[in-house]
Design a binder for this molecule. Sequence first.
Ligand SMILES: Cc1ncc(COP(=O)(O)O)c(C=O)c1O
Length: 381
Amino acid sequence: MKAKVPFFDLTHQFLFLKEEIQSALDEVYKTQQFILGPPVQALEQAIAPYCQTRYAVGVASGSDALLLSLMAIGIGPGDEVILPPFTFFATAGSVSRLGAIPVFADIDPETYNIDPAGIEERITSKTKTILPVHLFGQCAEMDPILQISKKRGIHVIEDAAQALGAEYKPRSHSDSRRAGGMGDLGCLSFYPTKNLGAFGDAGMVVTNDPDLSEKVRLLRAHGSQPKYYHKWIGINSRLDTLQAAILLVKFKYLEKWTEARQKRATRYQELLQELIRSGVGLRLPGIQYKNRHIFNQYVIRAPKRDRLRKFLTEEGIGTDIYYPLPLHLQECYSSLKYRLGDFPVSEQVAREALALPIYPELTEEQQDRVVDRISAFYRKK
Ligand SMILES: Cc1ncc(COP(=O)(O)O)c(C=O)c1O
């Protein structure tokens, strides 16, 4: 029988943490403080320093973290926000929910992150924010983005949903910069597949700005201060206390898990070298400036991607495609009048991207099998 390699598998992690999580949940049950109970604040106090920020505000999801961050800086109808078209939908959807316009700029073919070279030419008098995404766990090229923001007086919101703990250009421990802590606001997701995943939806906004932090804090609870007196029109988007209790337990293991992912990524890079040298056209994820990539996903670029994926599925190996259709070509954005060919790098990467299994519990044998089967596919062609 062929050994199966699931794309993702949380069952081992759950069995390992079951008792610890059960007792954390029991504590919440005892207090019956389900809304903004003590674990929410405790998690905020743990995540803020981890992201090198002064403040953190727990919210209901990464999508809401984006929405609330945009609301906090006052984004509204007609405003323009520059972001990459190769990302999860929420990055652009949050902008559109506020009546603002997503303006896309193409990505770098190695890192899959927004290419700063295309940002400045898209700035108009309506541009209010640049929204880079730290895709798959590696920081976008932030120095030029922050320079443009400073020069033009435009905010930067980081979509760090996939990048908790990632570092940009870490030269030394003291001046390394963490995902979420470089722009005006950073948005985190604790969706179950993230390096730090809840048992459902959860998210957080991090920032160094006391006013923005306070505004997000109010906006997540209908903008009320004091209770039943509404300073702003907010939404109901609080981080659930039970999720916060679970995340606090898991947070203790985050570094170890991330290191385990990094080790597996390095091993993929080594194991796939032979195939790269054979000239089949496979490309590995590029890591710039020795960035601290936290490998929420390990995404290769594979020629004949769909046939390779089908072959791997038949061999019992799980993979996924992040993302098959760039956002400028989505049906819901047809009114923006983008066309095929507008963002060639995003379009090409969307045709070739294939995410391989990467999680702390993935064994060397499983990884060897993934690489062996990819090689077998290209050998038989
Ligand atoms: C890049 C990116 N942005 C935003 C989100 C939204 O986060 P959530 O699923 O927690 O709403 C995700 C989630 O997968 C994401 O990957």
